[in-house]
Design a protein around this ligand. Structure first.
Ligand code: IMP
Length: 428
């Protein structure tokens, strides 16, 4: 039963979209298992750039069924907009399935995200303000609404009226905002409900049946391990389980069906929003990486914080997820540097040195990164298609990452375009 999970190893934006698109060539189904339109996956095919937010990258392969799993929180009007944009560009959306159990991002979730961030002041998380945290909070509080509620107009109105009892108290009394009416929400969501209804299904069963037929199913992680609600740099995290456990929770399959877990690792680190980042570069090398890597958010356009690769947190990510292989991405971005650095240890506030990621966020915020320096490479590597095409310094750098993590390399990405890839080993 070959289910393959693709997980971001850092703080997101590792280039998972491209890796999923590549692996989808041999898959029959791609399932997104968590998050919502806080994610942004970019796939470049020839001159066409596709920026996906809720729809799995598998949609770009005609033979692939694209599934929005039960672990997601879906913004229905935004999803319709995304589907319309894809259809307008000739991408078939006929093979799309949306879990009946996926939760909804409601207009008041987006409002609360904004208001709560403002209330946090200096301690703001730096969320994408897409309502993700409040939607997952409602899910856990058992006051959330799901796709199955949306597509039944009467049931939807009833559930909205119930939810608004608390929501309006909070909006008016805590935040001094005006109350929202049932009609407002119903009229805002009704067109999307009608459009999405034909796609709503028991996706857990669809996935299970595909796996029983022996088909390859990819489970597409969004965000990344260090943004995971349990294992990330809490509270500077997103609200979903974006490490491997989330794949079972957000799809509805057993862990024993997972054959491979591919960790997607960018050759430097980036982070949007606040929170500790031991290898952050605030000097001109950091600026150079931002500009060369076009490190601006796909979803919010925010400038990403950038720094050297952090093998301490990556070893932690490899442990949490049990990576069976890694996809090393954006190697081309580092071309042109005289030397490259890898963080191989942390100096803790008590002056001791560790190779282990400290789970205490305050301790992490006070660590100093300890680096190993390797020679850089100057050549343009975007035409490399095999290991031997890469300059020896670039090979040594990738090998060092793989050796340090004790995980073999499956792929190396050397450019944004679909074909700019060194495929070393098919994980399927
Ligand atoms: P939220 O997911 O909008 O609640 O944001 C929480 C934190 O996760 C913020 O620091 C966001 O910038 C970050 N975040 C959420 N999704 C992504 C992503 O797909 N890539 C990078 N950062 C993300």
């Amino acid at each position: 039963m070959p289910a393959i999970v693709i997980i971001g190893g850092q703080w997101g934006d590792e280039g998972k979209g491209k890796i999923v698109d590549h692996l989808a060539e041999r898959a029959s189904m791609v399932v997104r298992f968590g998050g919502g339109n806080n994610a942004g996956h970019t796939v470049v095919i020839g001159d066409s750039v596709f920026k996906l937010h809720q729809v799995p990258a598998g949609i770009l392969r005609p033979q692939v069924a694209a599934v929005l799993g039960s672990g997601m929180v879906i913004n229905p009007p935004a999803l319709v907009e995304e589907l319309d944009a894809l259809a307008a560009r000739g991408i078939s959306i006929g093979n799309l399935h949306i879990s009946t159990n996926a939760h909804l991002v409601m207009p008041y979730h987006i409002l609360f995200d904004e208001l709560e961030e403002r209330m946090r002041g200096n301690l703001a998380i730096g969320t994408t303000k897409r309502g993700i945290g409040p939607a997952y909070a409602d899910k856990a509080a058992r006051t959330g609404l799901r796709m199955q509620d949306l597509i039944d107009r009467e049931r939807f109105a009833r559930r909205v009226a119930q939810a608004l009892k608390r929501v309006n108290l909070e909006l008016t009394r805590v935040f001094g905002q005006r109350a929202i009416t049932v009609e407002e929400i119903v009229s805002q969501y009704a067109p999307a409900a009608e459009r999405l209804a034909p796609f709503v299904a028991d996706t857990g069963l669809l996935v299970h049946d595909a796996l029983r037929r022996g088909e390859v199913v990819l489970m597409e992680g969004a965000h990344a391990t260090m943004l995971d609600i349990d294992f990330g740099t809490y509270p500077y995290v997103t609200s979903s389980s974006c490490s491997v456990g989330g794949a079972c929770l957000g799809v509805g399959i057993s862990p024993i069906m997972i054959k491979q877990i591919v960790g997607v690792i960018k050759v430097y680190t980036s982070r949007v929003g606040k929170g500790p980042f031991p290898t952050e570069l605030t000097d001109e090398t950091g600026d150079w990486i931002v500009e060369r890597g076009h490190e601006y958010g796909t979803t919010t356009g925010r400038r990403r914080r950038c720094g050297w690769i952090d093998l301490v947190s990556l070893r932690y990510a490899a442990r949490i997820n049990g990576f069976t292989g890694i996809a090393v991405t954006r190697l081309d971005v580092l071309s042109g540097l005289q030397e490259v650095k890898l963080c191989i240890g942390y100096r803790l506030p008590d002056d001791t040195v560790t190779e282990h990621y400290p789970p205490d966020t305050n301790v992490l915020a006070q660590t100093t990164a300890i680096y190993e320096t390797m020679p850089g490479w100057q050549d343009d590597i975007s035409s490399a298609r095999s290991w031997d095409d890469l300059p020896p310094q670039a090979r040594a750098y990738c090998q060092r990452i793989s050796d340090w993590l004790d995980v073999p390399m499956d792929l190396i990405s050397v450019g944004a375009e679909r074909s700019e890839l060194v495929a070393l080993h098919w994980p399927i």
